[in-house]
Design a protein around this ligand. Sequence first.
Ligand code: IFM
Length: 429
Amino acid sequence: MAFSKDFLWCVGGAAAQQDGGYLDDGKGLNIWDALSDGHIANGDTCHVACDHYHRWKEDLQLLKEIGVNSYRFSISVARIYPTDEFNVNEQGVKFYIDLVNELKRLGIEPICTLYHWDMPLWVHRRGGWKNSASVEWFERYTKTVVDALSDKVRYWITFNEPQCFVNLGYKTGAHAPFEQNCESEIKNISRNVMLAHGRAAKVIRERAKTTPKIGFAPTPGGMVIPSSLRSEEQAYNDSFDVSGGAWSATWWSDPIVLGKKWTGCDWLSEEDLKVIHQPLDYYSYNIYNADNPQELESVGAPRTAMGWAITPECMYWSAKFFYKRYGLPILITENGMANIDFVHDDDKVHDPQRCEYLRRYIRNLKRANDEGIPVIGYSCWSFLDNFEWAEGYGKRFGLVYVDYVTQKRTLKDSAFIYRDIIKSNGNNL
Ligand code: IFM
């Protein structure tokens, strides 16, 4: 069975990772701009990144060259609310209005992520996600964005990978704001983020000017696939086990999607669940690998430049498992790999590993689709090489190579492979 005719073929990026322009046109500082000293590989900063803030028009032309019909981007909250939640920076809003207008003109569907980890510094100074008032500013911020963009934007993602910004930002301290908090604080933060998600989803549903399609983008930490050591049933049960705490998909998705607490969740009330559990239009998630520890630790098992195992079957099994549990159409909001890319003597960027990775991963997603699981889209991470958080610029995920000295863009071989997959709507896999 072919992917549907309106399948979303997408690439994605995030504000803090690609935009730069960190002090331009009234933008305020975010936690990555302000707190990163001493925390990022090579002392890199996100201040300039891919300079997409100034080069976005040319960059959108590259989307056309790749042939995607959709583009996932995130809003920099500090560009909209530089100092507090009452003073809107109109120039910041205009940037996004211009962006979505141009996307629409080019026939590319915008997919807007409201929060991709770049909390404004003023929010952090009030306690960030530890402060339950974060639910209020997030709701207000959502209203501002929805009022400005929802005549053009239909697809919304509230939060990107709450697992990561909560655990890495507030537990291990590897990501901004680089804090280490105890488990009860992680529960408090998780509750605030879930409430903020629920309030935002409701705002979008009620205020959007075009009928919205809403989801969030967890990453399935602890997702395992069947193997010689695990039956399908066991893999399913292990995948939804919550022993990984806030890393697990279940921690977030059962309350958000099903309106249910998982066994042992004693920190959400029934009242909370009413706010958190809002109707969603798809189960969107970011997936890079399965997490079968024993099976994947074999000597020399294939890995990306991040050291992440290459397990294409995770696409098939995750779609099957998530559809079984949550019953919503599947949208892959991130998938891709970091590779050791450089410009070759022929001025091209040859990345055969990524070409192969994309073919195998998307083929596995198609297998799920062929078996009747409603798969509505696939978004490759990432559009441009970009600022890979604490790893700085050393890890390249892009379909487009960025020379950070000259800001020259070069489409990698994988961009052309992806273009061919899109052209055939996945039938050439
Ligand atoms: O670059 C990140 C992205 O911001 C969130 N998901 C994982 C990607 C690769 O690490």
